[in-house]
Unconditional design. Sequence first.
Length: 135
Amino acid sequence: MKTIEVSDEAHARLTFAADIAKISLSEAVDRAVGVPTDPPVPTAAEPEHAEGDEIAIVVTYRGHEVSGYLDLRTENVRLTAAPKAELIRTYKSPSQAAVATVRALNPGRQHPETNGWRFFYGKDGQLIDRHRRHP
């Protein structure tokens, strides 16, 4: 492992992100620069692919796991597990689901706008952005 120097502000932000996500500082740096992590192992209760054209998705935000499915045809997101019951529903896009998640779990955040394609992960540990349809 190599050592790098970062500003005090960058270190503070990375440390904060690592604490919130309950991961190591090294893993926070890896995530920030897009280094893939070891994928979680799917279990029988949580298959990689659901019925039809859906994939399982997950995010840990502020220490809370939110999971569901992304419909690859419609790009709708169906959240099925979350710490707040009002989040469990179908959204028209990953971004709509991400904004709702941020609003519910971080109500003090002034601007909850969030790119859902770069917020949620597949069960393989990769951002769902790779499944996005591009015109």
